[in-house]
Design a protein around this ligand. Sequence first.
Ligand code: SF4
Length: 75
Amino acid sequence: MANIVQYRNKCIGCGICYEMMPEIWRMSKKDGKATLLKAVLKKDVFVLPIVHSMIAEAKRVAHACPVKIIRVNEF
Ligand code: SF4
């Protein structure tokens, strides 16, 4: 079990997450920030459970985010 956490209000809209994993990220036309599809808002962060096979790529995305606002948590 794992999840992706995004501190969305700090997103600068670079689009890297969307380019790397378009199956779970979209760039918002409203505010230009990245939206984690189907994520749930918990306090100030968006959280999306992911399956085991997505963990490695999600970690690469987290590493590539220039402002380091994506985390991958494994349980
Ligand atoms: S990589 Fe980070 S800063 Fe860039 S759009 Fe995605 S969440 Fe925002």
